[in-house]
Each structure stands twice: as C-alpha cells, then as structure tokens.
Design a protein around this ligand. Structure first.
Ligand code: FE2
Length: 385
C-alpha cells in the first residue's frame, strides 16, 4: 500500500443530493428552526415560479418565511448589511439561501454575522468572528463556486475598492441541498462562467500544496465529471445528465478546495475581476491557461494525471500529457467564449502594481505549487497583456 501523509479535512455540511430534492426543503428546515430568512437573487427563481412553490411548501408546514431577494452578482458589503437588518427585524432563526454563488455567499454572510456586534465591513477587514452563527441551508441553482459546502465567502467593498474573502468554520452550511433540476433553466453564459470556475477550482485544488489523499480523489472526480459535461450543459442546457454531472463535479470541487486550498488563478481572479468588472468564472477562465503554463515545470505529473482522467492523453508521457491539458483547457475557454488578453480588457502595465499587491496577500497564491514572487507574477501579467 502507498503511504499516506497526515491530513485534516475542513468541516462539511450534511449533503443531500438528488433531482427533485428541493421538494424536501421544508422537512429539513423544520429540523433547524421556525422562522427563516430566504435569500435569493434578482428574479430568476421568482420568474420560474419556484420561489412561490418553495415559500408555499414551507408555510404549509407552519414555517414562517421572510424573503430577502435581489442579491446582485459579485455582491457588496451593503447587501449583506441590509439582509442582516431584515433578519434581525424578523427575528429569523435560520437562513435558507437559494441561488448562484453570490446568493450562497450573501446568505452565509448574513447567517454567519447575524449575532456579531461589529459591522460587515469590520469582518471583511479581518475582524474574527466571535458569536455563534445561525444555521444555514444552501441550495445552489448553478454548478460553480461550491460555496454550499465551503467555509469561505467572497464580498466586494466598493469604498475600499477590493474584493476579498471571509473564512470561518462557522460559515459552513448545516445542510447543502443539491438538486440538479434547479440548474436546468440556467442560460448558457452563466452556465459557462460557473462551470469554468468549478473546473478551475477542481484543478487548482488538485495541484495545491495543501492537497491530500482525500481531496485528490474528490478533485480528480470533479475534473472528470465537469470535463465530460460542461460543453453539453452549455450547448444543451436541458440535458439533465449533463446538469447532474456538473452539480456533482462542482460540489466535489468545493469539498476539495475547502481543505486543499486553491492556487494562483484564484489569487489573481479577485483583483483582476474587480478591476475589469468580470464575472468570477470568466476571470478564472482567462487566467487558467497562463497559470497552467506558469506551473507546468513543477506540476507536470499532476497536470498529466488530469489529462488522463479527462481521456485526452492516454498513452503519452507526462510532458506531452501536461501540454495536452493546456491545449484542451485553452480550446474549452475559446469554445465557451471566455478567453481574452488583459489589453482587450483595457489593462495596461500601470495596473500591475495594485494587482500584484492584492494577489501576493491572498491565501490562494500561497497555495500555488510554484512559489509566487512579485517578479514572476509581473512576468506572467506581461505575457497576458
Ligand atoms: Fe472560484
């Protein structure tokens, strides 16, 4: 048997998976509270009729529900502050969050900071959490961030001009309710953006210096499922099998990254996404082929394994297989219309100092397999211009 190095896994929610699983929401909610704040986005859940169905099913069991809707993509601190106010006014004891990654993150932040005396901004600046969080049920309607299973959330502060994460074990949902049917009506663009984020997270968790025996198995399975299904989910959104694979792949990637950490794509995706107003998944997709090249000298064997898992390089050596992975990722990003140079985004070299400063501070860059320095980061950004 192979020796396994010591490892530790981050806490995880109870995970409920299945097409149609959302119909059991009220039973799970009743285990955790009596009055929920239901957090959702800008209308797709309401337009589909799902929101009314969900609220009706909760109220039918005498559960009280306050809806907090309108969470924007790349959400800001003020949205969380408003949600926390609504939660307090209505004395909610549970947060149910149903939507994409932004909605997951806002729901987790409202529940996590519900009993904190400080402002959301103070915690975004690094003040540790001290009070107990409210329980969270997280039901994703996209297959992307995996936020439903992680202790991490990402918020933007327009006043300070930064996008940064808050991480605390108290932010882990009690229940992650994964129903792939909720993703069937997601349009192609957000399907691609979420899926490219999930693929990047799987690959970065696999090559992270924090990876372990368990996260490797999750990450490789995520790479295989997302790799086999993202194109189909993008071109043929109502294909339930493709959506199921994406749902499983994204949650496995989330489980892997919660313990393994990520890498340089995620270290750069926040400052670049904020500077050029890109959805997170597009920022990841633009960066990923360059970061694979950047890391290839130290991660060749792992990239080769990923290529073999994807079925794109069965009988070749590591060097050739790692190159094949790089080509495959570049072609995928092109096909999903998520490739661009930094100059196409409006970047110039003058922007680099602030991007480098933000990336060097990020935990993700510290988990990158090739050590990141200001010098090699500047070289990488020049290549991307
Ligand atoms: Fe991500």
């Amino acid at each position: 048997m192979v020796d396994i190095e010591n490892f530790e896994l981050a806490p995880m929610p109870r995970i409920v998976y299945g097409s149609g699983a959302i119909s059991d929401l009220s039973a799970y909610a009743k285990e955790l509270g009596v009055q929920a704040l239901l957090v959702t986005g800008r209308g797709s859940l309401r337009r589909s009729g799902r929101l009314d169905e969900i609220v009706d099913s909760l109220q039918a069991t005498n559960f009280r529900v306050t809806v907090f809707e309108g969470v924007e993509p790349e959400p800001t601190l003020s949205t969380v502050e408003r949600g926390r106010q609504v939660l307090r006014e209505n004395q909610c004891d549970l947060v149910i969050t149903i939507g994409g990654g932004s909605v997951m993150d806002v729901g987790k932040a409202i529940a996590g900071l519900a009993n904190e005396p400080g402002s959301v901004a103070q915690h975004h600046c690094g003040r540790p959490l001290s009070a107990a969080a409210l329980p969270i049920i997280a039901a994703p309607t996209t297959s992307g961030t995996g936020s439903e299973v992680t202790p991490v959330l990402v918020l933007t502060d327009p006043d300070r001009g930064i996008k940064a994460s808050i991480r605390d074990d108290r932010l882990v949902a009690k229940i992650a309710l994964l129903d792939p049917e909720l993703t069937l009506t997601l349009p192609p663009r957000p399907t691609a953006d979420a899926g490219l984020d999930a693929f990047t997270q799987a690959l970065e968790a696999y090559t992270s210096i924090g990876a372990n025996f368990i996260t490797d198995t999750w990450a490789l399975e995520a790479i295989a499922r997302i790799g086999s299904s993202l194109r189909q989910a993008y071109h043929q959104g109502d294909d339930l099998t493709a959506r199921e694979n994406m749902s499983l792949g994204s949650v496995l990637a989330g489980m892997a990254l919660a313990s393994a950490g990520l890498g340089l794509v995620h270290g750069l995706a926040h400052p670049i996404g904020y500077a050029y107003q890109l959805p997170h998944g597009q920022a990841c997709a633009i960066l990923l082929p360059y970061v694979i090249k950047f890391n290839i000298e130290v991660s060749q064997a792992r990239y080769a394994t990923a290529a073999r898992v994807l079925g794109i390089s069965k009988n070749s050596g590591d060097a050739e297989a790692a190159e094949a992975l790089h080509r495959w990722v570049s072609e995928l990003c092109d096909e999903l219309e998520a490739s661009a140079s930094l100059s196409e985004l409006g970047a110039t070299e003058d922007d680099f100092d602030s991007i480098i400063a933000a990336a060097m501070k990020s935990g993700s860059a510290k988990h990158n397999p090739r050590p990141v320095t200001e010098g090699n980061l500047r070289e990488l950004l020049r290549e991307m211009l």
